[in-house]
Ligand binder design. Structure first.
Ligand SMILES: NC(=O)c1ccc[n+]([C@@H]2O[C@H](COP(=O)([O-])OP(=O)(O)OC[C@H]3O[C@@H](n4cnc5c(N)ncnc54)[C@H](OP(=O)(O)O)[C@@H]3O)[C@@H](O)[C@H]2O)c1
Length: 286
């Protein structure tokens, strides 16, 4: 009897699902395979798999199941401390979470069409936003930088590892296009009624028009919170580490509730991730 499959054996099957979706193909041609699309809709895992592989499949299934017309979907993540911080007050976030959480973030990058970060993260971390911790394709990188404060020599704009789209306000369009070319720029008008923020439904529409349908909003706290506040996030992975940072960069910040009855209480699942705990929040559920 062969040993049960593990996460290393499962991962290429998950990648294959994402690659088919990206190419506009139906979920799977082989309904007898170990990870197959069922007639009821949704993927099912068959055969013998160890507990870690089964947990990974359960965690990724909502993402893997977004196919065809349902591929327009946005998932966010924040790695946070017990006191709700995603970095120290100086912006040090290396590392809030353990290695398992970091691998998870790279997996999400590999399974989505684009990874989105705010200007704060792009400035403070100078990230690459690649999938170097797991086998998989680098997603398109998207930086929300309304007034072009991220340096032009930031790695996402210069390292050539994947395409990068710069999202700015319309006033900065000419400057952004001169720097990167029109194909790499999405410019939207600020919403004066909302304090000059960029309307994210418009940003998401513009990205989808470029074929970037399944989006992964990786941070930081301001950006993920804006996606939640503007109703643009379908699901959120909060990875809580047993660490207390103290008055650092805040994670999720949403509208204040007067009464507990008004509080956001989405359907939630938990997954152990090394010493951390991942909360999978279904923001469209309930
Ligand atoms: N632990 C984690 O999971 C994690 C993940 C990512 C980053 N981080 C850490 O988080 C820190 C940065 O996070 P942060 O919350 O301060 O910043 P952030 O979310 O990365 O960037 C916020 C900025 O992005 C722009 N922005 C985003 N959405 C916008 C919208 N709808 N309209 C207009 N502008 C928008 C604004 O730029 P302007 O201010 O220029 O207008 C805003 O101030 C860094 O220390 C980084 O290391 C942690």
């Amino acid at each position: 009897m062969p040993p049960p499959g593990d996460t290393a054996a499962l991962w290429p099957l998950c990648l294959a699902v994402a690659r088919r979706r990206r190419r506009g193909l139906p979920p799977t041609a082989d309904s007898t395979g170990p990870l197959a699309w069922t007639t009821g809709g949704g993927h099912a895992l068959s055969g013998e798999w160890d507990a870690a592989a089964q947990a990974l499949f359960a965690l990724l299934k909502p993402l893997l199941d977004r196919q065809g017309a349902e591929a327009d979907w946005t998932l966010g993540q924040l790695g946070q401390s017990l006191d709700g911080c995603i970095a120290t007050h100086r912006g040090d976030s290396c590392f809030v979470n353990g290695p398992e959480g970091l691998v998870h973030v790279h997996r999400l990058r590999a399974l989505c069409d684009a990874v989105v970060v705010g200007a704060g993260t792009a400035c403070l971390d100078n990230p690459q936003l690649t999938t170097r911790r797991v086998p998989g394709d680098n997603p398109t990188r998207v930086v929300i930088d309304p007034s072009l404060r991220v340096p032009a020599d930031a790695r996402v704009f210069t390292d050539g590892q994947a395409p990068t789209v710069l999202v700015c306000d319309t006033a900065h369009r000419p400057q952004a296009e001169a720097r990167l070319g029109a194909a790499q720029v999405v410019a939207v008008a600020r919403d004066d009624a909302a304090g000059g923020l960029l309307p994210l439904p418009e940003v998401v529409r513009a990205l989808r028009a470029r074929g970037l349908r399944t989006l992964f909003v990786e941070g930081g706290g301001v950006t993920v919170s804006q996606f939640v506040q503007q109703g643009c996030l379908d699901r959120l992975h909060l990875i809580v580490a047993p660490v207390v940072i103290g008055a650092g960069h805040p994670g999720l910040q949403v509208r204040r509730s007067d009464a507990m009855a008004d509080a956001l209480r989405p359907p939630a699942r938990t997954f152990a991730m090394g010493a951390d705990m991942l909360w999978d929040l279904d923001l469209r559920g309930g």
